[in-house]
Design a protein. Structure first.
Length: 180
């Protein structure tokens, strides 16, 4: 019963946040220091859509993560470039933004990530496109441990092997939508 009440409370908070977002009163989130957001959710999807709008001066750190037992989707800054790491169960794939284009310049940047079965496409600022094909029969992103924005605390997963994945992006402001 206690778990059910906690779930109802989380759903209420999510609905309240969505209400504020849809009313135009909340435009995003700012993270200073070691702030982050975690949304506890469980879902399975062969199609994933992620849109992030951000600005930062940080060279490295986590922007977004969908965490499962072995499946995961990581969007992070690595040396000023975007890096996407994705594993649906048939092996890890990595996408990176263009060389020479650094996104830690305090300018606003828009990122779209589309996963549709075997295809994953990363678009940065609506003009730079990178894609990769996912091998094997596993096409679903299985999220068991939730969604994270801005960092993780206390999550011990083998795919969190870089300091970038557990670190925080300081002074960023996000507008984020996931599977909408």
């Amino acid at each position: 019963m206690e778990t059910f009440l906690m779930l109802l409370n989380e759903l209420f908070l999510i609905k309240l946040l969505l209400m504020f977002l849809s009313s135009g009163q909340v435009l995003g989130a700012s993270f200073y220091g070691d702030g982050y957001v975690q949304l506890r959710t469980v879902e399975l999807s062969s199609r994933t859509s992620l849109h992030v709008r951000f600005r930062t001066s940080s060279h490295s750190g986590l922007l977004f993560m969908a965490a499962g037992e072995t499946d995961f989707l990581l969007l992070e800054l690595h040396s000023g470039r975007l890096q996407v790491q994705l594993d649906l169960g048939s092996g890890e794939r990595t996408l990176r933004s263009e060389k020479g284009v650094h996104l830690n310049d305090l300018a606003w940047h828009s990122v779209e990530l589309q996963h549709d079965q075997h295809n994953v496409t990363l678009t940065v600022d609506r003009h730079s496109h990178t894609s990769v094909r996912i091998p094997g029969p596993d096409l679903d992103l299985s999220v068991h441990d939730g969604l994270f924005v801005g960092g993780t605390v206390g999550l011990d997963k083998p795919y969190l092997h870089s300091d970038d994945a557990t670190g925080w992006v300081r002074r960023k402001i996000l507008d984020l939508s996931y599977n909408q």
